[in-house]
Write a protein of this length. Structure first.
Length: 123
């Protein structure tokens, strides 16, 4: 699978497991769909199908990995905000040491973003 903005690899691994593994290695970038129910972000980021945020276990505020979501407090324009991100909202995760080849969770890609990806049978 390639995308128009990055090379990526489809995975069927659980989002939670990938996220936890990557966070143990360092700062991890997520691309998510904030239209998914129970997503909690600042108002200006809600109702968007492409939101990119960084998470780290080394940020000042703790990051909690729950069964169905990740919860932490992040700073947006120097204002702290508690965020809650359901795993089914996350459709791309970038490895801390590789921002060119993210893992892509095909089932979570919003319909409005699907044209950004070119799927083939070789990956």
């Amino acid at each position: 699978m390639t995308s128009k903005f990055k090379q990526g690899r489809l995975t069927s691994e659980p989002v939670k497991e990938v996220l936890l593994d990557y966070l143990k290695e360092g700062k991890t970038t997520l691309v998510l769909n904030s239209n998914v129910p129970f997503t909690l972000l600042p108002a200006q980021l809600l109702k968007k199908d492409f939101v990119r945020i960084d998470l780290s276990l080394k940020f000042v505020n703790p990051t909690y990995i729950y069964e169905d979501c990740v919860v932490t407090t992040l700073s947006f324009n120097k204002t702290p905000y508690e965020v809650s991100i359901p795993y089914d909202a996350i459709y791309i995760i970038f490895h801390p040491n590789d921002d060119e080849h993210p893992l892509v969770f095909e089932d979570n890609i919003p319909a409005s973003q699907r044209d950004q990806f070119i799927f083939d049978d070789n990956n």
